[in-house]
Design a protein around this ligand. Structure first.
Ligand SMILES: [Zn+2]
Length: 381
């Protein structure tokens, strides 16, 4: 048992930005929105590509949604800052059966498609019609409380009119303009709306306080995770080749066109390349694909804050550092991996265990019986 190699693997979540446009045209030079830049209209098969990526990997990738072109009733006339047409907003060109088809794909693939808040029109249009980057904030600061509330409210109204489910739990700030700490308005309003998880590159956000850890921070109960800059695929790269280098951080940040093909019938060929790329990550001892955003949050916290020791025939997990930051365990539990080539039986009087053996290592999933348990002992046989 001395040479037993154990670890709490670092989880990886996939985040795809700018899902939701129907036009592909990047109109940013004409004071319009940065869309995906694909030279065709988006189609329901583009939503299937996201769901298929999730299904093949048994994950729930985040689709960070931009919703203005789902407005069936032109209600965004009431929010002139949300679109390039302001009060004259007219979305009739995008209203058609493809909305129902795509909504059905999103609903029926709920286990493999997480609906994440991104924005309405992605930028913020001032009264004179010019825009500034981006919807929730620009370099000068956050939008006003009234505007942020209005944008959140209308995002949900458009979700409702398309029967897209309850308000999301996760958020990606447009153009990564985000503020951490200082009891700021955006954090407060996001939390009040039901958001629990934010991902953005921590290096580039505005900070009133320093995030507690390299890969995440807690800001007034929002879990803010570092998206980093990996894998460095351009946001407009269509059918982007999966990179050679693996992701070292905890999020692979992509954009919708990266997993699509110019010909939507060939979308799944592109998805296949990404599936291979991510599967290779899961085979690395110290990396694990997150089942979903909440498993990602839990595993990331435990990976940073649980202490794992091997003592004789047992693994001892100590959560003293964890409880300095959190009040209770996460329901999703955590995963420990053991590198060995023999059968392994694990028992614990402190937690429920599920053991899964792979060719290279054994994974033990741990669900805590007591939400305040400070130590867990797992005996190996
Ligand atoms: Zn975006």
């Amino acid at each position: 048992m001395q040479d037993l190699d154990v670890c709490i693997p670092l989880p990886l979540q996939i985040v795809l930005d700018d899902v939701g446009w129907w036009s592909g045209s990047n109109d940013s030079r004409q004071n319009g929105p940065y869309r995906t830049g694909i030279s065709r209209r988006h189609v329901p098969a583009d939503y299937l590509a996201v769901a298929e990526l999730g299904r093949r990997l048994d994950m729930r990738p985040q689709a960070a949604m931009v919703l203005c072109e789902w407005d069936r009733e032109n209600i965004l006339k009431n929010v002139p800052s949300a679109t390039w047409m302001g009060k004259n907003w007219d979305n009739r060109v995008n209203v058609g059966p493809q909305l129902d088809e795509a909504a059905e794909i999103i609903r029926s693939n709920n286990r493999h498609f997480e609906f994440t808040l991104h924005g309405l029109g992605h930028e913020f249009w001032h009264r004179d019609g010019t825009f500034s980057r981006a919807e929730w904030a620009d370099d000068a600061g956050l939008r006003s409380e009234t505007e942020i509330k209005l944008h959140l409210d209308y995002f949900y109204r458009i979700m409702e009119m398309n029967k897209l489910g309850g308000f999301p739990k996760s958020f990606v700030p447009c153009a990564f303009k985000y503020t951490f700490g200082g009891n700021n308005t955006l954090t407060r309003l996001l939390r009040e709306a039901g958001i629990e998880y934010v991902s953005t590159p921590l290096d580039s956000m505005k900070t009133f306080e320093t995030p507690q850890f390299k890969l995440f921070g807690i800001d007034a109960s929002l879990f803010v995770v570092d998206r980093g800059t990996e894998p460095g695929v351009a946001w407009y790269a269509i059918g982007g080749e999966a990179p050679e280098k693996m992701i070292e951080g905890c999020i692979c940040g992509l954009h919708w066109p990266n997993i699509l093909h110019e010909n939507p019938e060939q979308n799944l060929e592109v998805v296949e390349r990404w599936v291979e790329y991510f599967e290779a990550h899961n085979k690395v001892f110290t990396k694990i694909l997150a089942r979903d955003t909440f498993h990602h949050r839990a595993q990331l916290a435990y990976c940073n804050l649980a202490d794992l020791q091997v003592k004789e025939e047992a693994l001892i997990l100590d959560f003293s550092r964890f409880f300095k930051l959190f009040d209770q365990h996460f329901h999703e539990g955590m995963t420990v991996r053991i590198k060995n080539n023999r059968k392994c039986e694990a028992v614990s009087g402190d937690a429920r265990l599920t053991v899964k053996e792979d060719s290279d290592f054994t994974a033990i999933n741990i669900i805590f019986d007591d939400c305040r348990q400070r130590q867990v002992k797992i005996t190996l046989k």
